[in-house]
Design a protein around this ligand. Structure first.
Ligand code: GLN
Length: 485
């Protein structure tokens, strides 16, 4: 029987061929390189690729490891030793990572090969990857549309079979939303589940690293590799890591899924609503019980998120001063001129907007009115989820209110762009885990655009949302669909 072309394989199938020695890691890299050369000129998912370093690793990798010989694409905000780490910003254009982030070290220990860096919104600020200072990434399902963001490069690469899997980061939805818009699986782990050592910080109380993959099983495999304690990240939880593949395949009988009444809002695209309703019916067929829940402070999510995320960003991005690394303005008159022009030249418009907003929210006289109040409402949002999880095992919702929008459609109006996060950023505020997986297609202008289903779980309950997602996925064919590239 003929096999599907190598780049179309998911990680689990690829790895079992490698383990059976039917193919070599070198075959895999060559096939992937050919695929990237074929489709990436159209999709533009990658910022840099190092096939030579990858080939050297492929020579010596142990294919019997869980991810042995599997190339993984990495969002360009995570340090991979020797490779560029630009955060898609001019200020880090010529920066190369001097060391591996902990997630990279762990991926390598599991046998994976981090071979290339993917495009993103500058410093992960955005929902469409259009804030990249380098280039636009296109949605493989419709090249006139965005792949979502900020991890749009990793999502588009996986969707286009130009990566077997990828890492992204999720501060307010940046793994789940591009997963939904590009038609792949994306997991935001619980706050503290995955180390951030070696991740360039955006909003430190919200950021998490997680996988983007073709299937739920693949996401579980990457979670197995990257989760766990790290002495280099004090926010990283010292809790045992379960085998995330262990519960895959169990049925959903007795599982209680919460449907928040606040999530089926006006303004949600009718085709998204129809697909999510059908997915909920399917979950019931599989044995889950649907329970109405309420998350009454949902309305404040966007405002709270944008106060806290910008405040934290303004502090984190202070380190880009042109002294220690990155872009440096030429011939400064004095130190202030040096700082001012370095940052003026190095940062893009959205990053500047956030630094200004965040600095304002933290400034004396305004701190109590904005930052402190936002922290209080964040606690109410956390309590909303805690109450809901007393009644249910997981919460189900759309990932994004709309399918992929057109390139340029929302760039003029930041508020419109911020609304893309309405269903995703409360999970970051509450510190819980979430997954997005394909649940159908919208028909728009004769194109099929993917729709994502979101499942949210309580802290450290990744295994359960993976189990539910897997049961749903295996009862549908959505994950088998491929974009018409
Ligand atoms: N879209 C959100 C923002 O612009 C989320 C970004 C993220 O999760 N990194 O901040």
């Amino acid at each position: 029987m003929s096999r599907p072309a190598l780049p179309a394989l998911n990680i689990a199938d690829l790895q079992s061929l490698l383990r059976r020695r039917e193919i070599s890691p070198r075959n895999v890299l060559d096939a992937l390189q050919a695929r990237i050369e074929d489709v990436d000129p159209k999709v533009d998912a990658y910022l840099s690729i190092d096939f030579e370093a990858a080939a050297r690793e492929a020579e010596k990798v142990d294919v019997d490891l869980p991810l042995g010989g599997v190339p993984i694409a990495i969002k360009d905000i995570i340090n991979v030793a020797g490779q560029p780490c630009t955060c898609a910003s001019k200020i880090l254009r010529s920066y190369r990572a001097p060391y591996d982030a902990t997630v990279i070290r762990k991926l390598r220990a599991a046998g994976a090969i981090p071979f290339g860096k993917t495009n993103m919104d500058e410093f992960a600020m955005g929902s469409s990857t259009e804030n990249s200072s380098v280039k636009l990434t296109r949605n493989p399902w419709d090249l006139s549309r965005v792949p979502g963001g900020s991890s749009g490069g990793s999502a588009a690469a996986v969707a286009a079979d130009a990566a077997f899997g990828g890492l992204g980061t999720d501060t307010g939805g940046s793994i789940r939303q591009p997963a939904a818009l590009s038609g792949v699986v994306g997991v935001k782990p619980t706050y503290g589940r995955v180390s951030r050592f070696g991740l360039v910080a955006f909003a430190s109380s919200l950021d998490q690293v997680g996988p983007l993959t073709k299937t739920v099983r693949d996401a579980a495999l990457i979670m197995n590799a990257i989760a766990g304690h790290d002495a280099y990240d004090t926010t990283c939880l010292n809790e045992p890591v379960p085998d995330y593949t262990a519960a895959l395949g169990r049925d959903l009988r007795g599982m209680r899924l919460g449907l928040p009444k606040e999530y089926m809002i006006e303004g949600i695209d009718p085709q998204v609503k129809a697909a999510v309703d059908a997915a909920i019916a399917q979950l019931q067929t599989l044995g889950a019980e649907i329970v109405d829940v309420s998350l009454p402070h949902t309305d404040y999510g966007i405002a709270v998120y944008y106060f806290l995320a910008t405040a934290e960003a303004s502090a984190n991005l202070a380190r880009f001063d042109g002294v220690r690394y990155g872009h440096r303005a030429e011939n400064p008159r004095d130190l202030l001129d040096h700082y001012g022009r370095t940052r003026e030249e190095g940062f893009g418009a959205e990053v500047k907007r956030r630094i200004i907003l965040g600095t304002y929210a933290l400034s004396s006289g305004y701190y109590d009115a904005y930052y402190l109040r936002a922290q209080k409402v964040r606690e109410l949002i956390r309590q909303d989820f805690a109450k809901a999880f007393e009644k249910v095992d997981a919460i189900v919702s759309p990932t994004s209110p709309v399918p992929a929008f057109k390139l340029g459609e929302r760039t003029a109006d930041p508020l419109q762009m911020y609304l893309a996060d309405i269903f995703t950023n409360t999970a970051n505020l509450a510190g819980i885990c979430g997954i997005s997986l394909p649940c159908g297609f919208a028909d728009v202008d004769g194109n099929r655009l993917p729709i994502g289903l979101q499942l949210l779980g309580k802290a450290l309950d990744e295994a359960r949302i993976l189990q539910i997602a897997h049961a749903y996925e295996q009862s549908t064919d959505w994950h088998k669909a491929r974009p018409p590239l």
